[in-house]
Design a protein around this ligand. Sequence first.
Ligand code: GLP
Length: 260
Amino acid sequence: MDIRIFPSAESASHSLARRIARLIDFKRSEGKAAVLGLATGKSPLFLYAELVRMHREEGLSFGNVVTFNLDEYHGIGREDPRSYWSFMHRSLFDLVDIPPENVHMPEGMIFREEIDAFCHGYEEKIRTAGGIDLQILGIGRTGHIGFNEPGAGRDSRTNLVRLDELTRSDASREFGGMENVPLNAITMGCGTILEARSIALMAWGEGKADVVAAAFGGEVSDRVPASYLQEHPAAAVYLDERAAILVGRGSRGKESCFEG
Ligand code: GLP
């Protein structure tokens, strides 16, 4: 497993931001779009802030970027400040020059009977875009990636899932109480995520040390869906020192070149 340990979440995020900028520029030089899979949560906040800074101060353009977000709460509308749609626009999309039509996110306000067709359509859009070049991930304390909770199959596709109670409890502060946290979400499946040509998972702080060790220091198991990344040919795990205390030491803060 390619585990990269950095002194801080900021330094790790800056390294990943430079990697993304190289990917975007490389794809532009080929006349192509860079297709990014994006995540929400606290983990990518330094990354998005650095990408915004690079856009403002270094002229990094998102004109040739196409994005697909991992997940969205079911029953939460786009305009709701707690939706992932709002989060992504606040943290990144409204602050850079990405064409709005290049942004794709699962739709939270959707009737049950429309969900299957929506999920098929989402997968089709990813295929039509040529597949995901680089998928950004966080990890939940249950070991989830996207919202693929323990038990999610390695080949699962974009679908409606029930959220684990630990995941709902972690989200309860944002929602002003556990009773307000949605029960379900639409998420890319593990199979969808693993089809990305490269993957970068971020985890910061001692609160993630146990789950990081379970995912990347042990066996591959559906009890910890993030462990499937061990079988991906180009998955890297970006950790700060506190998140890494329980896993074996990997390469220390090594910069990678964009693979492929
Ligand atoms: C949520 C998201 C995940 C994210 C996880 C970790 O459940 N659906 O994509 O990785 O939380 O969140 P954080 O980065 O805030 O720890």
